[in-house]
Ligand binder design. Sequence first.
Ligand code: AMP
Ligand code: ZN
Length: 115
Amino acid sequence: MSATDTCLFCRIVRREIPATIVWENAHALAFRDIKPESPTHLLVVPKRHVGSLNDATDAQLLGELLLAAREIAEGEGIAQSGYRTVVNTGRDAGQTVFHLHVHVLGGRHMKWPPG
Ligand code: AMP
Ligand code: ZN
């Protein structure tokens, strides 16, 4: 059994687990976070399994994820009001799902620094 068999986000990519998918292209998929922390909260994931930013080697893929985040923010109507993109990496950052994902958060004013 490989990591991708049981990985939650790989399973969403394969449509084995339901999710509200809002955007996709050949390399990435975006869906609504199941426990939104802001009025708009989406996750952008690579379709190929990458455990975290620590495991990422493909600069083009990383760039595509960020450009996807911008496109999604535009589609959600928060590009002008503002949005936050977050990549939690590892324990101290609070990463809970070990398939690389970019959070796209918006629709309310956010504080800085994050907790
Ligand atoms: P992180 O803490 O950065 O690893 O973020 C993982 C995110 O995945 C959290 O915001 C969770 O609410 C979200 N999440 C967990 N399970 C699901 C799911 N089945 N569908 C959509 N989002 C999920
Ligand atoms: Zn995965």
